[in-house]
Unconditional design. Structure first.
Length: 172
């Protein structure tokens, strides 16, 4: 029994020193790994941030281009048929959207969802306006939509506000 006690007394400090060294070495390695990841992330952000900002700029331009007032001034009716005019506007919105599809990789899922919802809500508003009986021609429809007598909130404004909020969060 005395021999076991002597061995434990002789080996005990070495085990304690070994355990302490292990924990120090382990925490040092974790800290170094975290530092390397931080530096790599920082280097990547330097390259990615301009691309993200460019994506936000392009989607801002998209939302401004599909803003009903801007869109209706830019896209004039080809015929007097109000349904054909709304179809033309909807096709223009879809074309603008498809042109900017790749930008979604730089946005959060929520922001991209808001932009898609904005586009869809705008097309839905346009299609609902065709059903109004007092509007008989594409030109009347255009004037009606520009004046916005229903007082509906512009979906592109909501998306643009969300986009601006997300950009501000990049710098906080």
């Amino acid at each position: 029994m005395d021999q076991i006690l002597e061995i434990a007394i002789a080996v005990g400090p070495a085990i304690v020193v070994g355990v302490i060294a292990y924990y120090f070495f382990d925490s040092f390695l974790k800290n170094e790994e975290g530092r390397r990841r931080f530096l790599l992330h920082k280097e990547t952000q330097k390259d990615v941030l301009p691309l993200k900002l460019q994506a936000y700029e392009r989607l801002t331009l998209f939302l401004e281009r599909i803003n009903p007032t801007q869109l209706l001034i830019r896209v004039k009716p080809v015929t007097d048929d109000k349904k054909a005019y709304v179809d033309l506007i909807a096709a223009t919105i879809e074309q603008e959207f498809e042109h900017n599809l790749t930008q979604q990789i730089y946005l959060s899922s929520e922001c991209w969802g808001v932009i898609k919802s904005s586009k869809n809500a705008l097309i839905q508003q346009l299609r609902k306006s065709v059903a109004k009986n007092e509007i008989t021609s594409a030109h009347q429809l255009r004037e009606y939509l520009i004046q916005n007598p229903d007082g509906q909130e512009n979906p592109t404004r909501v998306a643009l506000d969300y986009l601006k909020t997300e950009v501000r969060e990049l710098f906080n």
